[in-house]
Design a protein around this ligand. Structure first.
Ligand code: UDP
Length: 301
């Protein structure tokens, strides 16, 4: 009873908040903010961050983040972690899980209250394709072994990236995908889906919705668990048949997201590429992949 009253009281907080009146006829007209299956597409100017935070704050949510820094990719971790402190779910409980074969090189980054980092040891690999492929298996294991006890949501992010602006509660959803910045203006016939029908990542001509990034996805634990276990299974089936999908796990993720539509779609603001000039509809870049020289960082090219 006491708990119910307390919850009701804290839930009331957002009603004392003053914010501008929502409209259903005025808003951004240069971008589409909802998919044909009625999932929001998150763009700057389509949400009120203060209002959203006030709704999620009383729920005391916990967000897990996975980031892989295997081999020389450890060099990207400091920037990733420092910028995450400035922009990623500021003021919320965040637990970053770093998967690495170089635990001694994990940088010391001061984290705010309610935020922590755990290092999980993974073996090194001679092939970057393998590192990328094993991510799904390790995410699945992490959810099984650890996260069900302490997290509500999970985001799986590429380490060779950094945050520039808010990434927060507006991104929460059941199954969350990010639209790839490189293809969203193209006809889907140009999307780099896996096109061989023998592959479990196959998407036929004339199929598919968007081209999503392999470098950022998330959602509630159960949805991400299903995604990771399915992609892992399909990847292993392909391997048995001597097939490696065009863009490895990104190809499998794209097939998965076509069959299991994401309930929230993040615009390319949520994973831009530093080498790309910003398009006019992109009012802010929140997270972006840094420019890298593959020959310097990958164990094989
Ligand atoms: N990765 C890693 N070590 C490697 C290769 C990849 O830790 O040798 C991880 C890292 O988290 C990276 C992600 O896998 O961000 C995706 O790999 P990569 O950036 O090379 O793929 P791209 O997005 O460039 O195709």
């Amino acid at each position: 009873m006491v708990l119910t009253v307390l919850t009701a009281l804290t839930n009331c907080l957002c009603f004392s908040l003053k914010y501008s009146q929502p409209s259903i006829v005025k808003g951004r007209t240069d971008v589409v903010a909802v998919t044909p299956w009625l999932a929001p597409i998150v763009w700057e100017g389509t949400f009120n961050p203060v209002l959203l935070d006030s709704i999620y704050k009383p729920k005391k949510i916990s967000i897990a983040v996975t980031v892989f820094a295997v081999g020389k990719y450890i060099m990207f971790l400091k920037n990733f972690l420092e910028t995450a402190e400035q922009h990623f779910f500021v003021g919320f409980n965040v637990h970053v899980y770093v998967f690495t074969d170089r635990p001694k090189e994990v940088p010391e980054v001061k984290m705010a209250d309610g935020r922590q980092l755990t290092v999980r040891l993974v073996p090194s690999s001679k092939r970057w394709q393998e590192i990328s492929a094993r991510r799904m298996e390790l995410i699945q294991k992490l959810i099984d072994e650890q996260l069900r006890k302490n997290s509500d949501y999970i985001f799986c992010l590429d380490v060779d990236s950094k945050f520039h602006d808010r990434w927060g509660t507006e991104s929460l959803g059941g199954l969350v995908a990010v639209i790839h910045p490189g293809y969203y203006l193209d006809n889907r016939s140009k999307f780099p889906y896996e096109r061989r029908s023998a592959s479990k990542a196959y998407v036929a001509d004339g199929e598919g919705d968007f081209y999503y990034c392999g470098g950022a996805f998330g959602g509630i634990l159960e949805e991400v668990y299903l995604l990771a276990s399915t992609c892992r299974f399909n990847f292993e089936e392909d391997a048995k048949n001597g097939i490696e999908a065009a863009w490895q796990e990104e190809s499998h993720l794209n097939r998965y997201m076509w069959i299991n539509k994401p309930s929230k779609v993040l615009s390319p603001e949520y994973l831009w590429q530093d080498f790309k000039a910003r398009n006019p509809e992109v009012k802010t870049i929140r997270f972006s992949g840094v420019i890298k020289n593959y020959a310097d960082i990958r164990p094989n090219v």
